[in-house]
Design a protein around this ligand. Sequence first.
Ligand code: ZN
Length: 178
Amino acid sequence: MAILKVARLGHPVIRTPSEAIPRETIPSAELQRFIDDMIETMREYDGVGLAAPQVHVAKQIAVIEVADNRRYPGEGSIPLTVLINPKIISASKRQMEDWEGCLSVNEFRGKVPRAEALEVEAYTRKGEKVKFHAQRFFARVIQHECDHLVGKVFLDRMPNLSTLSHLHEFIRYKQDPS
Ligand code: ZN
């Protein structure tokens, strides 16, 4: 496995809509190795999610995992989830606003409203089609990663930039002490 180089905002790949993965190519050794590398890269940088464009590959793959995450303390854990060609098929009208950051917009945090609950359809890394319900933080991370697959970042989803904070100042002034 390998730790991949993370593309940051300004690199054109971050704004490039990703291509769908043909189902028959999902089992290929090349794609499976790439998914393993994405997982290793997400863990190396303490991300809770990583989308393929963030490692310079404009393909519809995202990995998500929250296990006692140091960047988002207090959030519940999410088991390792690999989403290929994910589609949000419905989203709750009810939204929740919370802080987000991004490995491609690093050292910043901003408050982003997101749908509280989702129905999601995707392929697993075994090529199986799954449909599942996600809510709260898991739903937030899925929306953040699906945005990357259409060339959007969390800044685009902020109603205004008044909460945008450097990480150091966020920790000092904004982070909820609970
Ligand atoms: Zn991101």
